[in-house]
Design a protein around this ligand. Structure first.
Ligand code: PFF
Length: 446
């Protein structure tokens, strides 16, 4: 059997790529807007708790499964047991997760396409081409199709070049740029009049909402989505991680960077909204609630950039470049998992696999665009609210119930030879085996 040969060349390369997968629209768009509509600081606290008690342990599990065999997810799940029943179930689980991932990539590419449209619009405005700019922000089917397809082409191009030459290289270039842009923009926004009001709202918890079951479900969904869990993405990246790396520690870095970016993004987006209000932009709906995520990114912020005069277009370019970078470092991880699978399983060239899958996912995204009202929200809910946590339970089940305990220990010993003496080893397997599934099911169904 062929092992998944192209490994990341360094620990930093892996952390940047895995953090690149984790840090995405979920952090920069989803997290701040969820925080605003779910009790501000209260949501932030519940979210961080969810990362700590559910998402992080599950992330370690998925990375461990990946590194165990260093193969694609289907091959890996096939080898978790010798029993035919479990072998088959494992393969089905991997295929279902990969299919779910395909649908997630489809809606992700649609949203990223809108962001690309806004980026082009800002560039054309700098050159005084207002009518062209107008088309790029129209919500027309043509604009949506073209921009989505362009984003998919960019994603395919990176994945086609391979793990080291494509994913690692681009993550190393783009992630530092993303951090820089985020920090620079947050500092700039905080100097604008009105911004502090947003910051205060962001950090002040409304504890009356903490016990709301909806809030807990949302926070869990957000945490799983944010850490790219349950979809074979992290399993695939785990397969590329050297056996000498300490997995719990590396996963800690990924979760830490991801949460830090989400927290910082909140400090950018919410203050920006209130600064926009100070400039005369409406940020509350008629019923007195803050406007929704899409209105925020696609209406409030562009209106704010417009009201800033010529410099506003440059800031808009920086902002949308930042969003597109966040989106592409995630989308490449979403495409890599199925590409690596069909490349190994069907023995075809990486470039061919990337192109074929790129076309299939573009087709799914186009179908969603044509049936936007019915499909868009439905696909997001089914894939992220239900499938992701359920698949995370299944992978955790295979790792802790089906795989032999000594193999699990062996998988974790690489990079931390004395792990069996640590509190991590004493706690974590039992925790993933018993506590995580119960907690996840409670959150979803109670
Ligand atoms: N974690 C990414 C985000 O926060 O935007 C999205 C994502 C990437 C979800 C990869 C799932 C995945 F497998």
């Amino acid at each position: 059997m062929t092992a998944t040969s192209p490994a990341f060349s360094s620990r930093l390369g892996f952390i940047l790529a895995a953090a690149g997968s984790a840090v995405g629209l979920g952090n920069i768009w989803g997290f701040p807007t969820q925080a605003t509509s779910n009790g501000g600081g209260a949501f932030v606290l519940v979210y961080l708790l969810m990362i700590l008690v559910l998402a992080y342990p599950t992330l370690v599990a998925e990375l461990t499964i990946g590194r165990l065999r260093q193969q694609n997810p289907v091959a890996t799940m096939r080898t978790m047991s010798h029993q035919p029943l479990w072998r088959r179930t494992g393969v089905i689980a991997a295929v279902v997760a990969l299919a779910t991932l395909g649908f997630i990539l489809a809606f992700y590419a649609i949203v990223a396409g809108w962001l690309l449209g806004y980026l082009f619009a800002a560039v054309f405005k700098i050159f005084g081409q207002y009518s062209v700019a107008e088309w790029f922000v129209s919500f027309s089917i043509e604009r949506n199709l073209l921009m989505m397809a362009l984003f998919m082409v960019m994603t395919v191009r990176v994945v086609r070049s391979g793990v080291k030459e494509g994913i690692e290289r681009w993550s190393k270039r783009l992630m530092p740029l993303l951090f820089l842009l985020l920090i620079a923009m947050a500092i700039y926004v905080l100097t604008l009049p009105g911004a502090w009001q947003g910051l205060v709202m962001y950090v002040t918890p409304d504890f009356s909402q903490v016990t709301d079951p909806e809030l807990v479900i949302r926070a869990m969904g957000q945490a799983f989505f944010s850490l790219s869990i349950g979809l074979c993405c992290m399993m695939t990246y785990g397969a590329y991680l050297s056996k000498d790396e300490n997995l719990p520690k590396t996963a800690g870095w990924v979760a830490g960077v991801d949460s830090a970016v989400a927290l910082l993004a909140g400090m950018l987006i919410l203050p920006a909204m209130f600064a926009a209000q100070d400039m005369g932009v409406t940020i509350y709906s008629e019923t007195g609630e803050l406007l929704s995520a899409d209105t925020l990114v696609f209406t409030v912020l562009p209106a704010m950039f417009d009201s800033m005069g010529p410099i506003g277009n440059w800031i808009a370019v920086a902002f949308f470049v930042f969003m597109v970078i966040a989106a592409i470092t995630s989308s490449i991880s979403m495409l890599e998992a199925p590409v690596n699978t069909i490349r190994e399983e069907l023995n075809i060239e990486r470039a061919t696999a990337a192109r074929v899958l790129g076309i299939v996912i573009t087709g799914i995204a186009a179908t969603i665009i044509y049936n936007f009202e019915t499909l868009f929200g439905l696909v997001i809910t089914v894939t992220t609210v239900y499938m992701q946590p359920l698949m995370a339970i299944i992978f955790g089940f295979f790792l802790t119930w089906i795989l032999r305990q000594h193999l699990l220990l062996k998988a974790l010993q690489g990079g931390s030879p004395n792990i069996e003496k640590t509190w991590f080893w004493k706690l974590w397997p039992g925790y993933v085996k018993f506590v995580c599934p119960v907690l996840i099911l409670l959150v979803i169904f109670v």
